[in-house]
Design a protein around this ligand. Sequence first.
Ligand SMILES: NC(=O)c1ccc[n+]([C@@H]2O[C@H](COP(=O)([O-])OP(=O)(O)OC[C@H]3O[C@@H](n4cnc5c(N)ncnc54)[C@H](OP(=O)(O)O)[C@@H]3O)[C@@H](O)[C@H]2O)c1
Length: 298
Amino acid sequence: MIHILVTGANGQVGQELQRHSSDYPEIKFEFASRENLDISNQNNVSQYIEKCKPDFVINAAAYTAVDKAEEDQENAYLVNAQAPLYLAKACKNIDAWLLHISSDYVYHHNPKRPLKENDETLAQGIYAKSKLEGDNNVIISGCKYSILRTSWVYSSFGNNFVKTMIRLGQSKDALTIVADQVGSPTYASDIALALLHQAKTIHSNPEKSKIYQSVFNFSNSGQTHWADFAREIFSIADINCNVGHTTTEAYNAPAPRPLWSVMDKSKFSEVWNMELVDWKKSLRDCIALINEMHTPSD
Ligand SMILES: NC(=O)c1ccc[n+]([C@@H]2O[C@H](COP(=O)([O-])OP(=O)(O)OC[C@H]3O[C@@H](n4cnc5c(N)ncnc54)[C@H](OP(=O)(O)O)[C@@H]3O)[C@@H](O)[C@H]2O)c1
């Protein structure tokens, strides 16, 4: 039996882990929401993990309000930078693995090819900088860790671009969407499955720990920009809404956004022997689930 503690259990990735958990009878899950386990409270973290004694801690908790972080710097750093260190130290004390999630935003430059894990990190904005500091804190902590850097996350849970587009597209004839940021959408369900695959693989092959302990880029395969992402959502959801283009500069969001977020995921696929799912396929799966959730059963 593999024992996994999930923090931030009510977030997109946390809820996807809950949704998939019944397919893993060999794993004993413990799901902790912010109410049960506040990862920014070091005593709370050390006591909880000491008592729970999991083999793996999946940190699905984060401060993800990118624009709000610009004026809430202290909390963003506490949750995204300091708390991962608390988790890492607690994991080290009981020899557990920390499976941590990070962001494409840490790179923020365009080498004119997909970004690799060892590329420079030029994080801009509070959210990106706090996530990068979190990664570095985990790496230097001395615990056993794996970090997944992912991008453009959506799911049938919580608030995200896909659900917002479906809601807006149903009430408006046209929308203007940013078309100069290129990246790879990622279904939180695929992140959850990747994390569970990592835990099972590490558990079965402890002698390969040195290969598994690293930073990995992870997203769905393929690339798009936000306006085409919206068009694909409308096409799959059968919504008639025109999409016009705008630029990042004209949109003028409070926090800076990287124009290039496409990551090279070959290291993940090779080390974990897991194929990536095409972004359009995962989008269809997610929208089918959203439709199912909103179809009256009687
Ligand atoms: N969303 C994206 O587009 C995106 C892109 C790249 C990377 N990522 C990374 O992917 C990971 C998962 O993201 P997500 O989209 O699943 O995030 P999410 O839906 O915003 O969920 C984050 C969860 O963390 C919880 N949380 C916040 N502060 C906490 C604390 N102090 N203690 C315990 N729980 C706390 C939140 O609780 P409340 O709801 O109560 O605040 C929420 O349930 C994060 O590491 C994020 O940085 C996300």
